[in-house]
Design a protein around this ligand. Structure first.
Ligand SMILES: NC(=O)c1ccc[n+]([C@@H]2O[C@H](COP(=O)([O-])OP(=O)(O)OC[C@H]3O[C@@H](n4cnc5c(N)ncnc54)[C@H](O)[C@@H]3O)[C@@H](O)[C@H]2O)c1
Length: 464
């Protein structure tokens, strides 16, 4: 099958690479030339320097005979002549903190797509094409997609929905061995197109291939993300908070007890200073907005969002409240700049929010370190015009020296090994703020060595 992708970011590039690996002929059209050049480079390091997803470089290179990336619209126009499906993988950001989805980018891309679709087959549009929303979109978006196409004269097409459930950092592994594939279509003809696209997965063991209507497919993405977000919020705002307020409770022990109840399960049962990333916050806000628009109650969704913000504020305020620490003029190390391990994606990351708090509080300098996301982090603050106090360093060793406070905001596994470095490099009395409980096995040892520890899910552990 020939499949066109509109948008080659995290979702488009990963999904396209897996489609090529399934034997389809794939073209990815994206307006970002730098991205297209990196993904076309046939160089694993260059690809992953741009989009850090484990396995993405290898998969693209291995399937290079079947996957191409372009920013030239005429190339997409030629390809679409014989394409049977087009995946829309465009950003769908929130509009100015309102929860409403800003569809400007999506609609601009849809219009460009319509302009090339009307020209296919010498304007006769004799070949049927299915236009599929892979972007996370409002529940009723599929009608808007149809409307845009019809307004611009596109004929002989269907519209469907195929939400992306990828987990950043495990996107390739997860897409090659997916837990489920959700396809939303209005009729048998479109389900048949989807079955061709996902042929390799339909009979595969352990894959739930679910056929529903496009509204259900779009809604399920927002609802699934809300359920996961809610779970995380419960872990830090209820379980973690109880462990912070009662001394003698160890988060890990309580965790062990709760997760051995199979009804509770262990997914996401960790403590964290903030849930970031490009999806959870945006999608919960969108769900809340859509519910309210339909006259529904969104209190529980809103409370999860509030709990996330509360967790961050609580954590960062503890240095002042519990140790009378004054941030002004201090140098802080900030470790883990991506929103989680195994990615260079910094969207809504805890570190971004933390750095904003530190800058506001008047710190002298932030020494930031991340194994993959440093450049994206620095660029974010450069673009905001507030990077002058941020120094990017290229190792934990350089970050953990000449500082007054250390903040662990990310969960890269190597951060679990930092205790020795701390003891070697930092003077007694330095504050260690562990926003991920990465050092939880060493808290007593570090306190005995003279450090003050503020960790999510623990009362303060003072230097002995
Ligand atoms: N990142 C995730 O983990 C994830 C997971 C599931 C769903 N989603 C959803 O998928 C969608 C895409 O997310 P993403 O993370 O891939 O975003 P992204 O920003 O990484 O990628 C989007 C790409 O679209 C391109 N683009 C913008 N305008 C275009 C146009 N007119 N024509 C062609 N390309 C254009 C951009 O250049 C960019 O490369 C969003 O709706 C998001 O909510 C993301």
């Amino acid at each position: 099958m020939k499949i066109l992708y509109f948008g080659g970011g995290y979702v488009g590039a990963c999904s396209a690479a897996v489609s090529a690996d399934s034997g389809h002929e794939v073209l990815v059209y994206d307006i970002n030339q730098e991205l297209v050049n990196s993904l076309s480079s046939k160089d694993k390091d260059k690809i992953e320097a741009y989009l850090f997803e484990k396995g993405l470089g290898d998969l693209i290179i291995r399937n290079q005979a079947r996957i191409k990336f372009t920013f030239h619209l005429p190339e997409a126009e030629k390809f679409v002549e014989a394409a049977e499906a087009v995946f829309m993988c465009l950003p769908t950001p929130e509009r100015d903190g309102t929860g409403e989805t800003n569809l400007e980018i999506y609609e601009a891309a849809a219009k460009t797509l319509a302009q090339i679709l009307v020209k296919r087959n010498n304007g006769e549009q004799s070949r049927y094409v299915l236009i599929i929303n892979k972007s996370t979109v409002p529940i009723e978006m599929v009608s808007r997609t149809k409307e845009i196409m019809e307004e611009l004269g596109v004929k002989n097409f269907g519209t469907g929905s195929n939400p992306e459930f990828l987990v950043e950092g495990k996107a390739i592994e997860g897409s090659i061995r997916p837990e489920r594939i959700v396809v939303g279509a209005w009729n048998e003809k479109d389900f048949a197109v989807f079955r061709n696209i996902y042929d390799r997965f339909i009979e595969a063991p352990n894959v739930n291939y679910l056929e529903v209507n496009p509204l259900e497919a779009a809604a399920s993405k927002l609802l699934a993300n809300y359920m996961l977000f809610n779970r995380l919020a419960n872990c830090f705002d209820v379980v973690g908070r109880v462990c912070e307020k009662f001394s003698g409770l160890h988060f890990e022990n309580i965790r062990k007890i709760l997760i051995t109840d199979s009804r509770i399960g262990d997914w996401g049962f960790y403590n964290s200073l903030f849930v970031g990333g490009s999806c959870f916050i945006k999608d919960a806000r969108s769900l809340s907005h859509q519910l309210k628009n339909q006259g529904g109650q969104s209190d529980l969704v809103d409370e999860v969002l509030a709990a996330n913000q509360r967790q961050l504020t609580n954590f960062l305020n503890r240095a002042k409240q519990e140790l009378n620490f004054n941030w002004a003029g201090k140098t802080a190390a900030l470790l883990g700049l991506a929103f989680k391990r195994d990615t260079n994606d910094i969207r809504n990351s805890a570190a971004i929010e933390t750095a904003k708090f530190l800058l506001e509080a008047g710190v002298r300098q932030i020494k930031g370190y991340d194994p993959a996301a440093g450049n994206n982090f620095l660029k974010y603050f450069k673009d905001m015009g507030t990077a002058d106090k941020i120094e990017l360093v290229d190792s934990e060793v350089k970050a953990i020296s000449d500082i007054e406070i250390l903040i662990i905001a990310g969960d890269w596994p190597q951060f679990r090994e930092l205790a020795e470095l701390i003891k070697k490099n930092l003077p007694k009395g330095t504050i260690i703020m562990d926003g991920r409980r990465m050092l939880q096995q060493k808290y007593q040892e570090l306190a005995q060595a003279g450090y003050n520890i503020i960790a999510v899910g623990s009362p303060i552990i003072k230097a002995e």
